[in-house]
Design a protein around this ligand. Sequence first.
Ligand SMILES: [Zn+2]
Length: 434
Amino acid sequence: MSFDKDLDFIKEKDLIKLQENRLRKVIHYAYDNTRLYKNKLKSVGLKPDDIKTLDDLKKIPFSSKIDIVSDPEGAVGDLNNVFKIHTTSGTSGQGETIVFFTKSDWKTYVAQNVRCLVRCGCTAKDRYYNSTPYGMFFAGQVLHDAAKELGGFIIPASTLKTGMAHLNNIFNPIFRPTVFIGLPQYFLRWGNTWKKIGKNPSDSTLKKAYVLGEPVPPSVRKKIEDLWGVDCKIGYGLSEIGAGSECEEKNGIHWPEDDVIVEVVDPKTGEVLGPNEKGELVFTTLNKTGTIAIRYKSGDESSILGRGCACGRNLVRISLIEQRLDDLTKIKATLVNPYQFESAMFNNDIRTYLCVIDKVEDSDVIRIYVDADESNNLKNKIVQSIKTHLKLSPTSVKFVENIPQIGRKGKRFIDLRKKHPMAEIVREFEAKVK
Ligand SMILES: [Zn+2]
């Protein structure tokens, strides 16, 4: 098998030596082979030889999604040996990110994802229900290859037209999946659908769930575990960077530091923060020749929890992602995190909704669409929850059916005041339900 699970248990001293060796190599490589990083280093008068230790890393200017969006090939080391690309959705209105993979990059990613599955207790005996989208979205294929590498049996469901189609697969007595892989919001929604028709989700053959692609508050994890009767672990990754996952201790994401250095910085000043201090995750890929990331600002907020874990792994743990920093937005002069809406909805057992922020006659408005049964004074409860969580009142709350899926990850918060790639779909939907 082409992955080394022992890397999860590498001693700190050996890890740092390995990281520094790889860092020196990748800085030379990126300087010689990419426009982006050559320019970044030159802009502050640095030569590759100036970067020798992990501490030297902070001399290098940050890069970000904007750099890769504006010049996708500019961050690529070995364009001649790229064998495939994937794209990530332009969630924050910055456009699509194109990520280039060489064969060796792909192997690295697959190995990282095998390690993620192993940490979640998955084995060759498992039967993997992979509902993560395949195609241009990267996670579906890489997890497919990881489950294959691990020797598992794969049900490559990917995207299907309806939740019921997934449920029919999951409960198909011939398929008998034991591991669910996919987005938590869908898994939860399908479980509720099954319950609504009088059936019990925990009667399935599923034992474990590996969920990824969006923040998972503790309440959501608990609902998934209670509803489906599974052990649910959380993964985190970026297609331009790599992936990590929780272990059986569920006390943070073990990050593959041998492949990718992680730092946490103050998003405003860029100052490197210490353990347990919340800031922006910044990544440096050490093993890639396709799209390379050096001090890449992820836009995700987290903190470094430290090395060492009761599971015996020494890899650093990062706290679960609670929010994307560029999703923070001001509504009526109040700074709002979209996940506050999620909590407000969740408290009322609402899984399918759309929250639209817009400007009408120079005033911010919040229009909420909910796919639920309008009974038991639900409208008032929603308004109250939003007031409690956000100190704001929604302009309207409408009960509707058929809320469209926004983007690959099913976004439920759209700010139409900003340029947004999905704005058209939202406006069409709103015109229809007016
Ligand atoms: Zn652990």
